[in-house]
Write a protein that binds this ligand. Structure first.
Ligand SMILES: Cc1ncc(COP(=O)(O)O)c(C=O)c1O
Length: 423
């Protein structure tokens, strides 16, 4: 792009030919920004900036002495079975073991079988596209079906990185709010947000941060709504079902995916939650066998996986995947932590609804200013995330991936912060 500050007909402007070496423009004196418009726009997303500020201000403290309830990171040693699985996958079985690896057939088969067991939907191995975790699966889904300028609807509070992924793809985020009392999707709000430019609706169940698992009746109504709206605008609206927590479900509940109700659903999954190992980047995008025109999507997804920067998991993780499919972190342990916190904080006066799945408790802040409340906890060495980071002020999020010791040590601080807020 031309720099509007330098007229093209000026002696120092671009496009001037026949200069001597000494007259050559000094590229480092170029007053135009060094970064692309796209990068500048991404770097200035308010929710992204807020998140970065929060991490840089408080991160050093929660990483040392604090009770860390911030992000879904592990706070205990990984299980031996996980480590042994990676170690076994590291041992080469042939000379191609670490060759360029696209979508490895054994990994695809294992993922398809596992999805079929979970959802009772007969996924086909060649409809599984292995990615570097859920991030890449969502980005791949968006770029497969949406073009720059298309609108993407999602609900607040969201996973905080939808907005960068949507903007990076050149798409337009359209935000609606969930019902903050029931934590259910607000279908009327989604319907009202649909325009002729709408191409994708993202939903996340089990939900981060609310812990809600959307029931079949709601998913069915969402499917009907999207079917009707697609017919009305004369263009298909796709659903991206972001479900990295679909194995983290409490109280023996059965998880239902939107793919069971709406065939135009692209399912994004990550093993980073199932094994509480988000630094090991492996996940996938899956198309259900009911997806119409899959034959058109397949070559498009294959090309995008390369063009987006080879977003396949490392060969090691692909070799490990069939074994990784056989186990998960201890969900009962997470459920005990949930129960301990819900009952202890409930008895202190916090209004906490027990999550049905995922890693988090999301609760109203005892004072309206959720940042002030989380600061009051931080002064007591307990670190949670304020609702403002999820674009829903007035709430706060606790991650259940903190260990038992942190939970017990944090309780006096939660009590003191509650007393201070009602004093
Ligand atoms: C709702 C949701 N979607 C997607 C992701 C991305 O998962 P991953 O880091 O494993 O790619 C996360 C991670 O926190 C998440 O909470």
């Amino acid at each position: 792009m031309n720099n509007p500050l330098i007229p093209t007909d000026s002696p120092s402007g671009p496009g001037k030919e026949g200069r001597s070496r000494s007259e050559a423009p000094n590229a480092d004196a170029d007053p135009a920004p060094a970064v692309s418009d796209r990068a500048a726009r991404l770097a200035s997303i308010p929710s992204f900036r807020r998140l970065e500020r929060y991490i840089s201000q408080l991160g050093p403290r929660w990483q040392t002495a604090g009770c860390d309830f911030t992000f879904g990171n592990p706070h205990q040693m990984p299980p031996d079975r996980f480590v042994n699985t990676l170690r076994d996958a590291l041992r080469p079985q042939n000379d191609q073991w670490f060759a360029y690896q696209t979508n490895a057939a054994p990994a695809r088969e294992a993922a398809a079988e596992s999805l079929q067991r979970l959802l009772d939907v007969p996924f086909r191995p060649d409809d599984i596209y292995l990615t570097t975790g859920g991030f890449a699966a969502i980005a791949l889904a968006l770029k497969t079906v949406a073009d720059p300028g298309d609108e993407v609807i999602y609900s607040l509070p969201p996973w905080f990185l939808y907005e960068p992924l949507v903007l990076e793809a050149g798409l337009v985020p359209v935000k609606v709010t969930i019902n903050t009392t029931t934590f259910d999707l607000d279908l009327a709000a989604i319907e009202a947000a649909i325009t002729e430019r709408t191409r994708v609706v993202i939903i996340n169940t089990p939900n981060n941060p609310t812990g809600r698992i959307y029931p079949p009746s709601l998913l069915l109504r969402l499917a009907e709504l999207l079917e009707t709206a697609s017919a009305r605008i004369g263009r298909r609206i796709y659903l991206v079902s972001d479900e990295p927590y679909n194995r983290i479900v409490y109280d023996g509940l059965r998880f239902h995916s939107p793919v069971e109700f709406y065939p135009y659903t692209l399912l994004a999954y990550s093993y980073g939650k199932t094994h509480l190992s988000p630094g090991e980047r492996v996940g996938y995008l899956a198309l259900p066998p009911t997806m119409p025109r899959r034959h058109e999507l397949r070559p498009a997804i294959n090309s995008l996986q390369v063009a987006m920067g080879w977003v396949y998991p490392n060969a090691l993780l692909q070799h490990a995947l069939p074994e990784l499919e056989k186990f998960s972190i201890d969900v009962n342990q997470l459920q005990h932590r949930r129960d301990r916190l819900v009952s202890a904080l409930g008895s202190m006066g916090y209004r906490i609804w027990p999550p049905e799945g995922a890693f988090y408790l999301y609760a109203p802040s005892p004072i309206l200013d959720d940042e002030a409340f989380t600061e009051s906890l931080a002064r007591r060495n307990v670190f949670v995330l304020p609702g403002v980071l999820f674009e829903t002020p007035g709430f706060f999020r606790i991650s259940l991936t903190a260990n038992e010791d942190m939970i017990e040590r944090s309780l006096p601080a939660f009590e003191a912060a509650m007393k201070a807020s009602t004093a």
